[in-house]
Ligand binder design. Structure first.
Ligand code: ATP
Ligand code: MG
Length: 335
């Protein structure tokens, strides 16, 4: 048995992973995978919290494989890391119901990420009970393996605060069972979308995928939003808040080149095309090895499926232990 502390993090099973996922969470997963016992969740039940996916089981199910493939392509080592699918660990649902009993409805509705999602995803009054419950399901995802560290993008912080509230409430009500978790936000807290929206997100289609092919990468980069008030290459341009430069800062390791471009942009001595071409080169260099590994796993789909099955089996056993502990603390009837 390992004495390493545990990481739990993951993604919705709603499509392929993108650069936002990378800087928000994947980078830290890869960096810390040997230091922590790492559990990577593919949240397929979460996907159904969104009306858009309710009648699209084939999309959600395909995304399970896509997300696992991305996790492997980015460098997570399946010999160390457990990649598991949420619906394969039904103990999470049981824990979710239990945690919903000790959390007020008003508290969930105050969650700023929940509010933002309602707005961005344009759900109006049509959101489901399951949507309201999804932050609690996420608490159950995290606590089912008694995780210690949760690497996420900034938008997830309110859910992690709720997790610790549940930990405190559960412990004070039924006796010490869970440890508080620690969030770990990525190098870039929230990567903007290619359209200039404040978040790159699958839902808005403003993404660059980690497995993006060369042609579509070019198209996406060349049509990226820049400084809208700049009409000619000789106009002084704005670097701050300009998505193209934010991506340079995030993905171009050649800081000298980036500084030079910024300087020339500010003084109207470089056109958007050159700035974008250089970004394209940097992104291509970053994505090429991921794409290659991705292609390997695409050809070896059975390997990916086995990895998910193994990871899910392992995680389920851990979740059963947690649930056993919870049931005992709550004095639930033993059959
Ligand atoms: P969806 O639109 O389906 O919610 P998403 O693109 O927002 O998809 P999630 O699966 O919700 O992706 O997010 C998974 C993880 O990636 C979370 O930790 C989240 O904070 C992080 N993340 C997602 N997008 C970004 C981003 N643009 N910048 C930083 N982190 C991000
Ligand atoms: Mg999201």
């Amino acid at each position: 048995m390992t004495t390493k502390k545990r990481i739990l993090t993951g993604d919705n099973s709603t499509g392929k992973l993108h650069l936002g996922h990378y800087v928000g969470s994947l980078e830290n997963r890869v960096k810390l995978q040997h230091e922590y016992e790492t559990f990577i969740l593919i949240a397929d039940m979460h996907a159904y919290a969104y009306p858009k996916y309710v009648d699209k089981p084939e999309v959600v199910s395909q995304a399970v494989i896509d997300v696992a493939t991305d996790d492997l392509a980015i460098g997570l080592d399946p010999r160390n890391v457990k990649i598991f699918v949420e619906s394969g660990v039904p103990e999470i649902y049981e824990l979710g119901i239990i945690f919903s009993m000790i959390t007020s409805h008003a508290r969930v509705m105050r969650n700023p990420t929940l509010k933002e999602e309602l707005k961005v995803k344009d759900m109006g009054e049509n959101y489901s009970l399951g949507f309201v419950n999804f932050p609690i399901l996420q608490v159950a995802d995290i606590l089912c393996v008694k995780a210690n560290l949760v690497p996420v993008g900034e938008d997830q912080i309110p859910h992690l605060e709720m997790t610790n509230e549940v930990v405190r409430k559960f412990n004070s009500t039924y006796g010490k069972t869970f440890e508080e978790i620690e969030p770990l936000v990525g190098r870039i807290k929230r990567l903007v979308g290619t359209d200039g929206n404040s978040k790159m997100t699958k839902s808005l289609g403003n993404t660059i995928y980690l497995s993006e092919d060369k042609d579509s990468l070019r198209k996406k980069v060349m049509s990226m939003y820049t400084d809208p008030s700049r009409l000619r290459a000789t106009d002084p341009g704005k670097v701050e808040g300009n998505p193209v430069f934010m991506y340079h800062d995030a993905f171009n390791p050649n800081t000298k080149e980036v500084e030079d471009l910024k300087e020339r942009y500010r003084t109207g001595k470089v056109g958007d095309v050159e700035v974008k071409e250089k970004l394209l080169n940097a992104l291509e260099e970053f994505i090429a090895p991921i794409r290659e590994k991705h292609a390997y796993y695409d050809k070896h789909r059975d390997e990916v499926i086995d990895i998910i099955k193994e990871g899910t089996k392992f995680t389920r056993i851990e979740a059963q232990k947690t649930l056993e502990d919870v049931r005992e603390k709550m004095m639930l009837f033993r059959i």
